[in-house]
Design a protein around this ligand. Sequence first.
Ligand SMILES: C[S@@+](CC[C@H](N)C(=O)[O-])C[C@H]1O[C@@H](n2cnc3c(N)ncnc32)[C@H](O)[C@@H]1O
Length: 258
Amino acid sequence: MPTKSKKKLNKADHYNDPTHNYLRYWDGREYEHAAEELAIARLLKGKTFKKAVDVGGGYGRLSVFLRNFADEVTLAEPSQQQLDIAKEYLKDKPKVISKLAQAEDLPFKDSEVDLVLVVRVLHHLPDPMPAFEEINRVLKKDGYFLIEFANNAHFKNRLKYASKLQGVPVDPVDIRSAANRRDDEIPFVNHNPKTVRKQLAQAGFKLEATLSASNFRSSTFKKFFGKKALLRLEKLTQKPLAKTHFGPSTVYLLRKVA
Ligand SMILES: C[S@@+](CC[C@H](N)C(=O)[O-])C[C@H]1O[C@@H](n2cnc3c(N)ncnc32)[C@H](O)[C@@H]1O
């Protein structure tokens, strides 16, 4: 196991704010939701697991989907409000265990888990190392880690930086507006995939596969093409566009090797 860096706990206050319902955030984002499920299904195709954990799983949007691949799924989520929403959302769905927990301090023994899923959480972790190390600890040797994160090197951003004669920053970029940039607010950052890959390797993971997801995330595309056509295009492009990190969302499948 690699040496551990110091654990720093993050707040999840944004997700405990009663005026913010993350379930409703997904209204109108059916294409993005389906694109993420498509990527997960592709990367886990033919694999089965005993014990999977959806870390930072919110109200369980993808925990349910994980049940297609795992006998037992735990939703490990630090926001009580999300878990309250989950209680209702998961009521009539395949069983998911819920636990109040965060990525840096997971309620599992060493090597107890064979799959960890982390989707849309990394933008709250400017320094993801403590979380990566903790995920490494709970995973068994050769266990799988599937992570999705907001990619700062996507095509549109690369054009933006190139027009200013700049390269894409290697450090996480704060994407909050000036009004929301408070020290006591949960961070929102986009990561450079090159940096994330280095951090994952340092935490003891080997990259097995990459997909580029939500490649056509645009209200104009959604309006003109509709979900069905966009998903067909998404299916065709997730693999070929992965090499260039084209889309706003990068998905990695990794294995614990150290
Ligand atoms: C954008 S939501 C994504 C939820 C879910 N993964 C999904 O894709 O539907 C981000 C989630 O990360 C959680 N979160 C924030 N900080 C975290 C941390 N340090 N460890 C684990 N989860 C965290 C939040 O409480 C929130 O539920």
